[in-house]
Design a protein around this ligand. Sequence first.
Ligand SMILES: Cc1cc2nc3c(=O)[nH]c(=O)nc-3n(C[C@H](O)[C@H](O)[C@H](O)COP(=O)(O)OP(=O)(O)OC[C@H]3O[C@@H](n4cnc5c(N)ncnc54)[C@H](O)[C@@H]3O)c2cc1C
Length: 399
Amino acid sequence: MTRTSTDILISGGGVAGLSAAAAFGTAGFNVICVDPSPPVTSDTAEGADLRSTAFLHPSIPVLQDAGLWARLEPHAAALQVMRIIDAGGAVAEPRLTRDFNAAELSDLPFGWNLPNWLLRREMVARLAELPNVDFRPGVATSRLMTRESEALVALSDGAQIRARMVIGADGRDSPVRQALGIPVRTLRYGQKALAFAVSHPVPHDNVSTEIHRSGGPFTLVPLPDRESKPRSAVVWMDTGPAVARLQALAVADFEAEMNARSCHILGPLTLDSRLTVWPIIAQIASRMAGERCALMAEAAHVVPPIGAQGLNMSLADLTVLLDLARAAPDDIGSARMLDAYHRKRHWEVQARVSGIDALNRASMMGAQPLRDLRATALNALYSAAPVRRVLMKAGLGLR
Ligand SMILES: Cc1cc2nc3c(=O)[nH]c(=O)nc-3n(C[C@H](O)[C@H](O)[C@H](O)COP(=O)(O)OP(=O)(O)OC[C@H]3O[C@@H](n4cnc5c(N)ncnc54)[C@H](O)[C@@H]3O)c2cc1C
């Protein structure tokens, strides 16, 4: 059996793995990227990922360097204001509304929102432009063996790859992480998220809104208009049984419940896609790397979808890995490089997982005194301008 040699084998072609393939390919490295599930690149196709991703502005340079941002920007909706509404009183209506405006920090918006199915479409198209990237959809990583000088990967189609570095971007149950024997700590909330798109009569004005009551946030994130109608992506988190009940409702009944939960802030919402359901956990790997292998994205860390952190943390992983690789291209995959990667990322990932865990638990609170306390805390944090700016910078991943 002949072995193909490459600089980098990326296990996983989700949004994180595809971004990494484009970034390392554009930087001149030879890349093979494998994924058993071919990417679904239209919103109406079976299995389409109907979530959206809000790219915060510190994530944009790595997308620009990867030749991706020029393709993505025309489809993006800017996020200028993050609005937090507490609707945790006795009746489901806003009792406290606080706007975090990006203008307080700079002349840039907080970020830009894009549907995940469209990200896959544009990322796959970018990979096709790169002769040094070999994307193999329909093929899985089956076995991984490492030694000091290289990693040997067996693929599900029988191919054997010899790589200087493997990037495990193969999701929360990462086969690469398991092959390396790296343990994870998992926090479970008994919670799920419904992700779908809506249209509405009131323009969103580039405001992303998180409405807190109990069970988890109801979040509306701006999308570009379609057929002159304003649209938003919705993530609605609640307990598993509550989500199962909502999912089983007829469309008219679902819309009635969704409108009550949205507190009618954008007028009557109309369901504009199928519903997709995502289990919610937080998880962190005890190390970001093993011999000849780096873990990134959900293979290394999973957070509940609050404050648009998940993929932005993954692009921060990618930025650090790429900087290290560019600084010493002959050294990719060495113990020195991978230790540096672990040290630069792990503490920050730990801090973010803990912070988002706390925010999610606060959002889930059901007892009235605790919900009152949450509203008081939000008001106090917001009222002091320096604290407010520190919170906004922390959310963006800026110091
Ligand atoms: C409802 C919801 C909303 C979100 N919103 C945001 C947001 O606004 N902003 C943000 O930054 N983040 C957000 N996130 C988080 C973000 O979506 C995730 O971080 C991101 O999609 C995860 O990407 P990933 O590529 O690591 O994992 P995945 O998408 O799970 O990709 C892993 C890939 O690995 C493949 N794989 C599995 N086994 C193998 C194998 N043996 N060999 C090769 N490949 C394999 C799988 O087929 C899969 O394609 C959200 C998450 C949820 C649940």
